[in-house]
Design a protein around this ligand. Structure first.
Ligand SMILES: Cc1cc2nc3c(=O)[nH]c(=O)nc-3n(C[C@H](O)[C@H](O)[C@H](O)COP(=O)(O)OP(=O)(O)OC[C@H]3O[C@@H](n4cnc5c(N)ncnc54)[C@H](O)[C@@H]3O)c2cc1C
Length: 486
């Protein structure tokens, strides 16, 4: 099947009988349900781009197996040009959502492309697992399916970091094997995009209990979201059913986060990629390069977000007439720095990319992994800068109804600035508010702090994977210079 349209994607969501729980009730149809529907529409609009004549060529590639045009984020990159081509596609999607849907489908697509390219890695522990991976990749790529994923086990205590905390009766584990597959039980967080997904991927970037080589917690599998016993519990929606004028981001890009409960769920053997093997599970992101590919996707999202925040900040300071003030320029300078760093790291990651042992072209680790760590602190600072630039203008926000209501004359007179009409000012500052103050905006800050695991774990991962010898050698060379103090 060629790359789907938005309508085909929405039809797929309606066809599968999934358990999506929201505000105390089971949702019949997420594509029409208040608080959820517009998030589904946003994803559908991304799918529509795949058949839009103007940019179609940037969005699809030809399947080597079927000759169909498939979504480009499913491309297994073999050359640097493939990586660049794929990034153009990802950036198109990211710019469409202003970077506000971090879990757009390309996030998981690039992960599975990396895994399919390295299918032998999974086959090394059991031949069938490698074949499962190849078949599954074909299935999702050829049917253009949307995946959510959940990596983190729920925890009852924080004696150790969440990544390593495996409590029986809480963390997801295999409880039984049958001829059909494994039965899993437990809970996982945080399945962003859960209500808008066809399938869920379950794995872990790292798993504790390193002393055990085999563990019922060591799992990598994917199943349809409608699998019996699988339940998604949504948080409340940040789409308050307001107009785009009043709530420009929240009314469009609510991607939703869920807890996923697995109540004796059958995972068919053909959907199992790692089972029991702790080391293989722990090493998957680095050994297959999937960590770098998902960082590449994340960096495109980051760049789109930087461009939005910088653009908004520039317009805010122009509107308020404070763009000549030194402290405004200092803040704008900081936003420019983040934007250009992100752009540069993407280019460096692509320029210095190398094929891995499976022949998959893999972005250079240093620059591309850095984008992930950088954004954990940069994005909260970017949102803070919008607050600092905006001050009370972020609260002088008449609603769309007010703009045409009895006080419209006052609004037009008093809220205009030297360079902006009241309407343009209010519209712009609603957007600034939705970036920096609204519940939607604050969830974005939380997302950037934690979506790629907690900052401590990320910092440790960078410290562990970074090639350190070069830096030490330079210092040792310096220390060993035999020049004498004059
Ligand atoms: C908006 C959002 C969307 C997300 N989407 C997804 C998704 O789609 N899929 C997915 O799998 N995951 C997702 N995540 C989850 C993310 O992977 C986790 O939030 C992250 O790994 C951190 O785990 P945790 O929330 O359990 O944090 P915790 O482990 O509870 O950590 C909370 C804080 O305590 C600190 N801490 C914890 N233990 C210790 C300790 N022993 N000593 C010192 N400090 C400690 C941590 O450093 C952190 O600052 C999402 C998270 C957010 C916020």
């Amino acid at each position: 099947m060629p790359a789907r349209t938005g309508a085909q994607y929405l039809a797929g969501l309606r066809e599968q009988n999934r358990e999506i729980w929201f505000r105390g009730e089971r949702v019949k149809d997420v594509t029409t349900h208040p608080g959820l529907a517009r998030g589904a529409q946003a994803i559908a609009s991304l799918y529509d781009q795949q058949s839009e004549a103007k940019i179609r060529e940037e969005m699809v590639f030809t399947s080597p197996k079927t000759g169909d045009k498939l979504g480009l984020s499913f491309l297994i990159p073999r050359t640097k040009d493939d990586l660049i081509r794929r990034r153009v596609q990802m950036l198109n999607w990211a710019r469409t959502t202003c970077g506000m849907m971090g879990r757009s489908p390309d996030f998981m697509n690039v992960t599975f492309s990396a895994w399919a390219g390295a299918a032998d890695y999974f086959g090394a522990s059991k031949k069938e697992y490698g074949e499962n991976m190849r078949r599954y990749y074909d299935h999702i790529a050829e049917n253009d399916l949307v995946l959510t994923h959940s990596l983190i086990n729920l925890q009852r205590s924080r004696t150790v970091s969440g990544m390593f905390n495996l409590q029986e009766g809480t963390a997801l584990q295999a409880v039984k094997e049958t001829s059909a597959g494994i039965i899993v039980k437990g809970a996982r967080v945080l399945a962003t995009l859960g209500p808008f997904s066809d399938e869920i991927a379950v794995y872990s970037p790292r798993l504790g209990r390193h002393t055990e080589t085999h563990s019922p917690f060591a799992l990598n599998f994917s199943i349809p979201c409608g699998t019996p016993g699988l339940r998604f519990l949504c948080r409340d929606s940040f789409d308050y059913e307001k107009s785009h004028f009043d709530h420009p981001l929240g009314s469009r890009f609510e991607e939703m986060d869920c807890v996923a409960f697995f109540d004796d769920v059958l995972v068919p053997w053909e959907r199992v990629f790692v089972y029991g093997d702790v080391d293989r599970l722990n090493e998957t992101p680095n050994a297959t390069g999937s960590s770098r590919h998902s960082a590449h996707q994340g960096a495109a999202k980051n760049l789109a977000k930087c461009e939005l925040v910088l653009g908004v900040a520039l317009l805010m300071s122009k509107t308020l007439g404070n763009d000549h003030l030194p402290h405004t320029q200092e803040r704008i300078g900081e936003l420019i720095m983040y934007t250009e760093l992100m752009r540069a790291c993407i280019r460096a990651g692509e320029a210095d990319a190398e094929p891995n042992e499976y022949g998959v072209m893999t972005p250079a680790s240093g620059p591309i992994e850095t984008t992930r760590n950088l954004f954990m602190t940069a994005y909260p600072k970017m949102a803070e800068i919008i607050q600092l630039l905006g001050s009370s203008s972020l609260m002088m926000l008449p609603t769309e109804a007010d703009m045409d209501g009895p006080l419209s004359g006052h609004i037009d007179q008093y809220l205009a600035t030297d360079s902006s009409t009241a309407r343009d000012r209010v519209k712009l500052f609603h957007l600034a508010w939705d970036i920096s103050c609204s519940s939607f905006g604050q969830r974005q800050v939380l997302y950037e702090r934690f979506f790629a695991s907690d900052p401590l774990t990320r910092a440790r991962a960078l410290a562990q994977t970074y090639p350190k010898q070069d830096a030490m050698d330079r210092v040792l060379d310096f220390l060993n210079r035999d020049d004498h103090t004059p």
